[in-house]
Design a protein around this ligand. Sequence first.
Ligand SMILES: Cc1cc2nc3c(=O)[nH]c(=O)nc-3n(C[C@H](O)[C@H](O)[C@H](O)COP(=O)(O)OP(=O)(O)OC[C@H]3O[C@@H](n4cnc5c(N)ncnc54)[C@H](O)[C@@H]3O)c2cc1C
Length: 352
Amino acid sequence: MIETDIVIIGAGPTGLFAVFEAGLLKLKCHIIDGLPQPGGQLTELYPKKPIFDIPGYPSVGAGELIDNLMEQIKQFQPGFTLGEIAEKIDKLDDGTFIVTTNKGTAHKAKAVAIAGGLGSFEPRKPILKDLEFYEQEDRGVEYFVKDPEKFRGKKVVISGGGDSALDWSIFLSNVASEVTLVHRRNEFRGALDSVEKVQELKSAGKIKMITPGEVIGFKGSERIESVDIEVNGARMNVVTDYFIPLFGLTPKLGPIANWGLEIEKNAIKVNNALDYQTNIEGIYAIGDVNTYPGKLKLILCGFHEATLMCQSVYNRINPGKKYVLKYTTVSGIDGFDGSRKEAEKAVVKSID
Ligand SMILES: Cc1cc2nc3c(=O)[nH]c(=O)nc-3n(C[C@H](O)[C@H](O)[C@H](O)COP(=O)(O)OP(=O)(O)OC[C@H]3O[C@@H](n4cnc5c(N)ncnc54)[C@H](O)[C@@H]3O)c2cc1C
């Protein structure tokens, strides 16, 4: 049994930053995430995109922000259970919790922070014969571009009319040997500058565009060798190594919906006037997963909520003990790994 002070469900930016704030209060954390890597939506959905509204960063890549958060929390030695979904929460008589994953890993904690974002993401899939076969083990159908290098020098067919389809077509036009973008309509729903960029790349012969068109079937015995595309009632065949349908993702709250928490519009209701606690004492919900009047699903809001949540957990674990807010600039940081960070002491020069 893994034992900790706070078990955090979700390794997105909110869950990661909670480890830092908890560490300042000498509270240990263990994070569970269904994905194999930390980072939540940032790593899974838009690792290469720049974010412009993180305070102090005029621009930061989503992947870079996650790397920095991981670096920032390293000193507090969080535990990770990755690639496992938190399935069950049991509250014991002494007020502690046992969180159990789909693989049976049990975690005991004094408080639970659900930072589960929009839940687990499932791609919207096209209805195509033999899709399940080609989805497996690098047989050619991919719903996410996790590592663009995988497509270096390969032929790629991307389907979709939104930002993801446009952005990845643009990005992969510099990586893949051939990019074909297929969309059911002539108009795209993405950002205007992305649409213009795709148009430019099409004119430069770096992207092939098939509109209005639809991928209707696959060819290939071991893996994809080509796709059949319907264009204006006619049929054509395009040789490709990969087919990437980017029709959006459907978030599913998943097991979170079964934990007896008050749910409103697919999110967990919390007490935002105080500490982001749910209707079950000791269980908190922070970041995109919660809802309250005026809620904004933004990374910086998740950071704020994580900070207040940690203060509340501190008070819960140390009843009656008065906490005095300390600035890191003044108190420095004592890591659980024995490290110490502090500002250099001001040197007062004497004047003769
Ligand atoms: C394309 C795009 C662009 C964006 N751009 C910006 C932007 O510019 N600025 C901004 O502030 N915000 C932006 N956002 C929103 C931002 O990504 C979210 O606000 C942020 O990711 C929320 O962080 P989180 O940690 O609360 O949740 P998430 O990042 O969603 O992480 C939640 C994690 O919980 C895990 N999880 C869920 N349920 C379970 C379970 N039962 N067991 C185990 N793990 C579980 C999931 O696997 C996931 O990894 C953007 C979002 C998208 C999709």
